[in-house]
Design a protein around this ligand. Structure first.
Ligand code: MN
Length: 498
């Protein structure tokens, strides 16, 4: 999945000229070693670029403005090696508009007990210089990530790498354009919201098209194009005919191939990275887009069902943030469908009527063609699978009328106890943290939707930091959640975010 940019992060070290040239030479040398080692660690998803030591108001201001102007710069990592009087940072920080990380580290891991003197203390005083810097960033109310620890510690580098993905989410949010095929489902509250505010807050462009405008692109797809894509499907997926005649089955699958090609052409031509459909407004489409949408999601497009543009944008955003994760397990649109309430086996069966992304599939993916009452069209072909196990994060962005709230739930995905041969849709099964009872109670109190944007490859912390950077409220539901505390948090947030 391409974002079109080769993002990098700048490493800016703060100091001052009080301690002489040899001290400044050491500062520069040390920060170069740190940057070099971090790049060599193989743990960072993006390159770190060393910048000359910042010691004056003018240079700080210039560097931050260059970071703003550089399209490839996705954020600045700052560290005060010595003391750096923080008034020098005010104007630069005021004018800076990109993600900021404060690495609170020190070049030496251990106090050199035998040799330590005052020169050493002055040169290596981030314990003191970083507090001065942290003060001004807090006073100015600037959102930033603080990472504390020895720079060559794996956990510290991993935290920086994790934050880089959040920063990419911040940078790329304003490049997300959602194509709405028809309007939201009538009478549904949670999938609707203020699109103008979404553009102000997140930079999302959300446009609607009459369904037949995109259907025209489907009609223009040639039989040759459909046939080539069908070959790909038949090579890649297991076909479950369910007693259907093989030729009849293939005709149904071919309809989805036409939709995939036509929709993708439309989205590419008009530069959209996310799409919503609505089963109640299918125009001349022969089937509700199922397999076609599943394939588009696996290519990196965001999707939301029933016109849910907020979830579509979040799925796209989370796919961008997770892009390139080693051994990625997948990111998808999802819906809370039905419960297992048996004690000790509690969980939520996740699915949608069709549209779950095969990136989360565990093993082989199959194609099935089954009737669907929703949509009033012929039986749609869809990809069917069960999903991987392990921890994941489910998010729901809701519009509360005066603000957005991102609800973030840590969930544990499990294997379903038994196969479900009569269920012709892709599924996942998870238990929300801290338990089904408390997790679902917290989700409902927070106003979370039935639709979610879900990923195995992102963490609660990354999504929480993204929300903070976008200046919106977030509510975390995880193993630390306690209902009484959560109720108070919601009460206090309603004042803090008024
Ligand atoms: Mn739905």
């Amino acid at each position: 999945m391409k974002t079109g940019k080769n993002y990098k992060f700048w490493f800016a070290t703060g100091s001052q000229d009080l301690y002489g040239d040899s001290c400044l030479a050491n500062v520069a040398e040390h920060s170069k070693i740190i940057v070099d080692q971090m790049n060599k660690s193989g743990m960072l998803p993006f390159e770190v670029v060393w910048k000359p030591t910042l010691i004056t108001n003018e240079l700080i201001r210039k560097t931050f403005n260059e970071a703003n102007a550089d399209e490839e710069c996705a954020g600045v990592i700052t560290w005060m090696h010595t003391f750096s009087p923080a008034k020098s940072w005010i104007i630069g920080l005021q004018e800076y508009r990109k993600p900021l990380l404060h690495l609170h580290t020190q070049f030496n891991q251990e106090i050199p007990y035998d040799s330590i003197d005052m020169d050493f203390m002055n040169e290596n005083q981030s314990a003191h210089g970083d507090r001065e810097y942290g003060h001004i960033v807090s006073r100015m109310g600037i959102e930033r990530k603080v990472v504390v620890g020895y720079w060559n510690d794996k956990n510290v580098i991993a935290k920086i790498g994790s934050w880089m993905r959040t920063a990419i989410g911040v940078m790329e949010s304003s490049h997300i354009r959602v194509c709405r095929v028809a309007d939201n489902m009538r009478n549904v509250a949670v999938t609707d919201g203020d699109k103008v505010e979404a553009q102000i807050k997140f930079g999302w462009e959300i446009d609607a098209y009459p369904v037949n405008e995109i259907t025209d692109y489907v009609k223009e797809v040639t039989p040759g194009e459909v046939s080539a894509l069908l070959d790909e499907y038949y090579a890649q997926y297991n076909m479950i005919l369910d007693g259907l005649d093989a030729a009849e089955f293939k005709k149904h699958v071919a309809v989805q191939a036409g939709i995939e090609i036509g929709f993708e052409k439309f989205l590419e031509e008009k530069n959209y990275q996310a799409i919503v459909t609505h089963f109640g407004d299918l125009g001349e489409l022969q089937q509700l887009p199922g397999l076609a949408i599943q394939r588009l999601m696996s290519k990196g497009y965001g999707f939301g069902g029933e016109g849910d543009w907020k979830t579509a944008a979040m799925v796209r955003l989370m796919k961008i943030m997770a892009a390139g994760v080693k051994d990625a397990k997948g990111t998808s649109f999802m819906e809370d469908y039905t419960y297992n309430l048996v004690p000790g086996k509690e969980g939520i069966l996740q699915a949608h009527m069709l549209e779950v992304c095969p990136s989360i599939a565990n093993g082989k993916v199959s194609v099935r063609v089954n009737p669907l009452s929703m949509g009033d069209r012929e039986a749609p072909a869809r990809l069917v699978f069960t999903s991987k196990t392990g921890p994941g994060v489910a998010t729901s962005l809701i519009d509360l009328g005066n603000r957005f709230r991102l609800i973030i739930n840590a969930v544990d995905c499990k294997e379903v106890e038994k196969p479900m041969p009569k269920l012709p849709v892709a599924t996942a099964f998870w238990t929300p943290q801290p338990s089904l009872q408390i997790g679902a109670e917290a989700w409902i109190l927070a106003g979370g939707a039935h639709h979610t944007a879900f990923s195995y490859d992102l963490s609660v912390e990354q999504m929480e930091d993204w929300a903070a950077a976008m200046n919106i409220e977030s509510v975390i539901i995880d193993n630390d959640t306690n209902i009484r505390t959560l109720k108070n948090e919601l009460r206090w947030n309603s004042i803090a975010y008024r």
